[in-house]
Design a protein around this ligand. Sequence first.
Ligand code: C2E
Ligand code: CA
Ligand code: CA
Length: 617
Amino acid sequence: MKSHKFYTFLHKQIPVVQALSLIPGMAYVFLGYYYKVQLPAIIWYVMLALVSLWGVRIYRNFHYAEMTKSQLERWYSELVYFFYTIFLLWTAIFLIYILVDLPQMRHVAIFTQMGTAVLASTLLMSDRRLYLPIILIFMVPLLAYYLSINEFYAYALAFLSCVFSWLLFYAARSSSALLMKTHHQASHDSLTGLSNRYFFIEQLQQVINQLRDEGGHSYLLLIDLDHFKSVNDSLGHDVGDILLQEVSKRLVEANGANNILARLGGDEFIMVGNRSGDIDECREKAIQLADKLVETIKQIYIINGHHIYISCSVGVSLVDARSLNANRFIKEADIAMYEVKGSGRDGVFLFNEELSTRVEHHLEIERHLHFAVQKNEIFLQFQPQVDVMKKVVGAEALVRWNSPKLGPVLPAEFIPIAEQTGLIVELGSYILEQSFRTLKAWEEEGVMLQHLAINISMRQLLHHTFVDSVRLLCNLYLSEKLCQKIIFEITESIAPEDISILVERMQAISELGIRFSMDDFGTGYSSLVNLKQLAVSEIKIDRSFVAEIEHRESDKSMVRTILGLARLLDCRVVAEGVETQGQFDFLIANDCRIFQGYYFSLPLLSADFVDYYRNSK
Ligand code: C2E
Ligand code: CA
Ligand code: CA
């Protein structure tokens, strides 16, 4: 399969060959006129001009990005015939001048023939289908001419012509090999030998162009290995590389239908299927193949004595002419693939419109969130935390976003997006600054809380600037005494590999007097291990347990267990999401001391919070 570079190279040679034919061709017409062979020379030149016009047409017909594979092949064939014809014409002028039987003309003829042979083979060396016949077209008549003379010097010249042809052939062949190699390297992945991203997109574009012309559907499979990084990290890059090669071999084998397969980079592979007329059939074929790939990849690998198991996540998107943009379909397959990753990896997901709307919404949030802080659209509310007497003892700061374009957006919606995009770092420091300022202002107004809780995202906490920025803000706004009132709420969603950095960060933060609370306790995993390792001083009982506490036995015992655990670990407990007197009673009866929820108050703006505080006293 030839790439863009190959075709554009030949395309560019068309005007060169035309110019090198028409301009010197004129000189030959004058020569012919001078030596009285004007008629054949003029006829020849007219033919040359006509063939050049044909060349113009071929030149204009080349639109790589819009052509299908078969159109491209047809175009290429026509181009080859064009080159054959124009060079045959040069041989014709050779024959005309040779046959005139004037020594001057013979010299011209022979010079022309050799010169054009050199030029043509240099210009068209990229392709064997071109340079080989063209060298023959030029050199065979010359050879025949010498042989026909029947004299010793002519035999010698015939021999030299053979040597000359061979030299031309040899030079063209090595340049061609070099050129092909460069083209191949530019369009293929060196590790697996599969097509690379650029070449794949070219091929996909051709498929889309075909669907545009002929209708029908095709499909894309985006295959991403799960946890490939840990293979690389634990067994080294050499093993990782071999694994990628093995995976690509399996993909090639499983890929019976001769689909186009490529490595997009890293541990990502992509495949485009053959055309089907029927969309259901296409979908079915895609899912079947995707399932097969998932099974094939999962089989054990034995590399350098290591037994390796790896699974993959496959995103599927259906391709048709609804968009002519190849990248769009890749993006859709990518979104579908992330859906698999999100739901536990090792599986297949087919892109659909609902997903597309969700992603669109997601992107919109992302776009607007970018400027939300600068545009002052972000603010905080504070939800009171109360004791058994319903007296306010603390607060949790909760971020709010009122977007003029999107309306109020829930933190549950935009915080994960901020985390994914890294915006959480900027947003997080803004929240910290606002919270610190508020705490200081309250203190000055006589609102004396025991603590102020602030939610901190893992990504924010793990960011290398976090400790410094907290320290800076503490110095700016808070006295040592006030620092000790700050609690950072973190959630349990911690990847095990990050634990050691986390412990380090939390240690540094604790030195400022700030404490940590484990938010949404009981909903994550490895809770106990984390509690011990991370030295948290507070646990927040997740509101999903509190919600059913009056009716569901399992939640009752869960809450009792958490409270017991907290006593053992000497942790404070906050029960969140308290909505009824019954829940409140149950929690008090089980020795819970701090409460938060709509039963007491919704999250409030700072001024309302101050009023609420004063009323509760
Ligand atoms: P969270 O930390 O668990 O926050 C408590 C959530 O429960 C808040 O929702 C609060 O409004 C809600 N809530 C409080 N009392 C009740 C109740 O009685 N019943 C019910 N059903 N819900 C109650 P919100 O403000 O929408 O926040 C959702 C999540 O967004 C938070 O969950 C937290 O994970 C995240 N979040 C909020 N603010 C921030 C922030 O400033 N930074 C970061 N990183 N995350 C934040
Ligand atoms: Ca929280
Ligand atoms: Ca919570």
